[in-house]
Design a protein around this ligand. Structure first.
Ligand SMILES: [Zn+2]
Length: 127
């Protein structure tokens, strides 16, 4: 007899995820890392804080991610981020393979623009 593997949704109800989630929220100072909403502010409309996985690794437990792959977001920013990701995914459907490879390379290197920006404006730049 085999025991069914818990679904990802079920894992999100595991006490280990609740502990990890609370830890990330505390580390972030109970503040949305995108808009700065702080749950400790005396706001009348209190928003829930969520912990978002910036990346998913199939088969990895939700609580097994390093701090830099988890981000504390208010419910509005969390929904917005998921909507954006879904919109990007549906937009990509119209491109052919070579276009997708170009987009992939652009997105993969996007953060590297920070270092090329520094290079362009740093001391090593000639011209
Ligand atoms: Zn927010």
């Amino acid at each position: 007899m085999t025991v069914a593997k818990p679904t990802y949704y079920e894992l999100l109800r595991d006490p280990r995820w609740y502990r990890r989630r609370a830890q990330v929220i505390e580390l972030a100072g109970r503040t949305c890392q995108e808009c700065g909403y702080c749950q400790d502010d005396q706001n009348q409309d209190r928003l829930d804080l969520n912990v978002h996985h910036k990346k998913y690794f199939p088969g990895k437990a939700p609580w097994g991610y390093e701090d830099d792959l988890l981000i504390c977001l208010c419910e509005i920013c969390h929904d917005h981020r998921h909507d954006l990701i879904n919109n990007i995914r549906s937009l990509l459907g119209k491109y052919d393979k070579n276009e997708l490879l170009k987009i992939f390379a652009f997105v993969r290197d996007f953060r590297h623009d920070d270092s090329s920006h520094k290079q362009r404006h740093g001391g090593d730049f000639h011209g």
